[in-house]
Design a protein around this ligand. Sequence first.
Ligand code: BTN
Length: 253
Amino acid sequence: MYNIQPKTKIIGKIHKFVPTCHSTNDLALEIIQNTENFHGTVILSAFQTAGRGQKGNTWESEAGKNLIFSVALDTSFLAVSDQFYISMAMSLAVFDTLQQLNIPNCSIKWPNDVFVGNTKVGGMLIENKSRGQYLRGSVVGIGLNVFQETFESERASSLFLSGLDPEITLNTIVETLCLHIETYFNYLEQGRFEELHLSYLKIIYKLGKEQLFEVSNQPFMAVIVGVDTDGRLIVRKEKDTLKFEIKQIKYLF
Ligand code: BTN
């Protein structure tokens, strides 16, 4: 299904395609646990039997139609307390990939859902392994709906339904993604945290706009004003500025 030759130095140079697996993130996590030189290894699959999403959700993807991608990264130079910068960096990598593919109206719904207009076309599941106060390695799992045409949820869509040039292949998307991941990984290595933070804020879905949220079963309107460096969403509700962790707040549409 794939024959990738990314024009990178490291990311994706080592890659493995498994036609079916439980979860590419699980395979990449095993690689981090069991090998020394795992940095940049990419695992691709056509179908996952137990694809995992954020907040313990499952990730469903029609066989052979979409991108199912995990990359193992050596993040051992990062303190555990700086881990949200990985999320920012990888969100920017996916965003730039979609820009390069000429997809209009892309954004990242906090923390790292991939949006086109008001529909979700993909998501990221970042799993970090730590050693004391530092990370040991991270797996960045990316699911991107590319050629799938029907979805159960009306809030889900694919790049094809969002205007992707049908000549573009999954191969090209992977190669482009690897390049952007390498660029933003370099930002992390170089400690360019403030740039990452400022750039991430610029691509956030509905930044500065009113949105209906729910916290502890209570719906309320609030304006999204930012995301802090620990990854908490900052909203303004009337005169109050409030911060929420991912598990504490839900977007209502
Ligand atoms: C989400 O939006 O909840 C995140 C979805 C992440 C899905 C990807 S697909 C490749 C990798 N393997 C998994 O099991 N999950 C991620």
